[in-house]
Design a protein around this ligand. Structure first.
Ligand code: ZN
Length: 251
């Protein structure tokens, strides 16, 4: 039986149940904010350091990407210390505050099935639109209310030193969503193609990020494995190799 225990999410620090595999090498988290993901080996114990050194200020962006991939039903490969850059396509994240507001509206639109359907703010995990925390989630709601894209309804409820509200999308909000859906670039499915385009120049799709050819080839192999559906087999080989190396080191 897997070993279950209560821990905090590695990316958003929300208390999240987790379970280890029998070999204790992989931990799966069930975060109420980000959703499910698994991490392997030292990525579990050293994630704070990895985030601090390689992704400063981006933990909540990774939360948002994990949430977005989970909501879209995309399989998130087991996270290792080496593959985070290839798993998370940072181009998908909002580039500024205004884009966060748009993401929030799109999320509310997706959640509602009829006009003026009420949504309670506490039912919205901040990762849904890349908010840093619940305070920012509520600030985004206030900004959308000022723009008259959402309207608060009912009495404010005080909860854990915060004011939580029910709200609904207004007709102006819906019109803005329609405009966003009409003009939004359909970029989700093209990231693999972008990868192949840039790899010949040893350049990763993120602007400013450069890789040595040997590392880029490893990343390409991983991405191809994900793309071709052979990732699990490749990952098992990686795991066996790591175990064998650890056993050799310890002997
Ligand atoms: Zn989380």
């Amino acid at each position: 039986m897997p070993n279950s225990q209560e821990k905090r999410c590695l990316f958003c620090r929300t208390p999240a149940p987790s379970e280890k595999t029998l070999d204790n090498l992989t931990v799966t988290y069930h975060c109420p904010n980000c959703g499910d993901y698994s991490v392997f080996g030292v990525a579990n114990s050293e994630m704070d350091q990895i985030l601090c050194e390689d992704f400063p200020g981006k933990a909540h962006i990774i939360s948002g990407l994990v949430k977005e991939m989970n909501d879209a039903g995309e399989q998130i490969p087991t996270i290792t210390p080496d593959n985070m850059d290839s798993i998370f396509d940072f181009n998908r994240a909002p580039r500024n505050m205004l884009e966060k507001l748009d993401r929030a509206l799109l999320y509310f639109h997706k959640r509602t099935t009829f006009l003026y359907e009420r949504i309670h703010s506490t039912t919205i995990p901040p990762a849904c639109f890349y908010a840093l925390n619940v305070e920012e989630r509520n600030s985004i709601l206030s900004a959308l209310s000022k723009k008259e894209y959402v309207e608060f309804v009912g009495p404010p409820l005080r909860q854990n030193d915060r004011v939580e509200r029910d709200f609904f999308l207004t007709v102006d909000g819906l019109a803005h969503v329609e405009e966003l859906l009409r003009t939004r670039p359909r970029q989700r499915r093209c990231f693999v193609a972008m990868w192949f385009t840039y790899i010949s120049n040893i350049r990763l799709k993120r602007s400013g990020a450069w890789w040595y050819a040997v590392k880029a080839n490893e990343m390409l192999a991983l991405r191809c494995a994900v793309y071709n559906g052979t990732y699990d087999r490749v990952f098992q080989e990686y795991k066996d190799h790591t175990l064998a190396r650890q056993t050799k080191l310890n002997s």
